[in-house]
Design a protein around this ligand. Sequence first.
Ligand code: EPU
Length: 338
Amino acid sequence: MQVKENFSLKKHNTFGIDAKARFFAEIQSVSELKELLAQPDYPNKFILGGGSNMLITKDIDALVIYVNLKGITIVSQDENEVTIKAMAGENWHQFVLWTLDRDYGGLENMSLIPGNTGTAPIQNIGAYGSELKDCFLSCETIHRATQNKVVFLKKDCKFGYRDSYFKNEGKDQYVITSITLKLTRKDHTLNMGYGTIKDELQKNNIAEPTIRDISNAVIAIRNSKLPNPNEIGNSGSFFKNPVVSRAVFEKFIKENPKAPYYGISDSEYKIPAGWLIEQCGFKGKRYGDVGIHKKQALVLINHGNASGKEIFDLAKKIIHEVYTKFGISIIPEVNIIK
Ligand code: EPU
């Protein structure tokens, strides 16, 4: 295992930020991971997966451990369901396609989400009405301090909207090495609650969709709205959609009767941050090499050589203006590396 010095992370984060790692090593086995975690020569260690949900605002003065663990295995199956284990370094979308090739149902609505399987539980990835937690069974981790293997069952992960134990109490304490999911082999539950999926299927005259048709619809919708990180640096939704109390919501909707929203419960409402940001006039704006995507105001973009700090400064400006106009705080979904 080679440890490189002053290594550019540009190709390792989907924002395409050219920050440097003081030290960088790629691990391809769990034993290599344990070995590096135990290394006393590098007191600071930073775990890197697909780099799709992070904004690096300065060089990282640590040993960056790039988790490149590969392998997908079927743990068990019966005629109805299959349990699959994917190692943390598998690309999420390639994994989704692998399941679709075998007609395993459950992940189709989450097609084309950037990143790796190992980082999926950290923020409980989700899209078009499905979330990872819907088919999640467990994940294996290595405890960073002791290098012991610790298995987290679904209930231990404390999943919430773009949230989990690993973002809160468990932050920076474990390295996820694999995830185990349960998918359907027949009688798939199709999730077409999202209007745009129905519209896309209708457009293609698909009356009785398969899970592959749903995946294709999601891919088409995402491609039409979200920039491809291979072409333009971005990290998907930069902010979470704010969840507000009934009192805040009632005042908001009275003042903004046309605003979109989703009722979560009798006491909580989710308001699309993209709408709030668009209303502040940011959509499609560009300032030097940083900007806001023209088709989805939730997405901040690096037009070329933006620094992480410039993107973070724009994010702070957006947060401030949304708060000033609506009295609602939006918070980043991406992990800001400061
Ligand atoms: N909207 C605007 N202007 C915008 C963007 C959105 O007015 O610039 C409005 C839309 O018209 C719509 C509402 O906001 O009424 C919701 O928009 P959309 O369906 O595009 O979804 P979203 O809430 O903006 C969330 C996820 C996305 C996910 C989509 C579809 C979060 C933070 N984002 O976006 O996730 O793909 O739903 O399920 O929850 C990601 O996490 O990287 C991501 C892209």
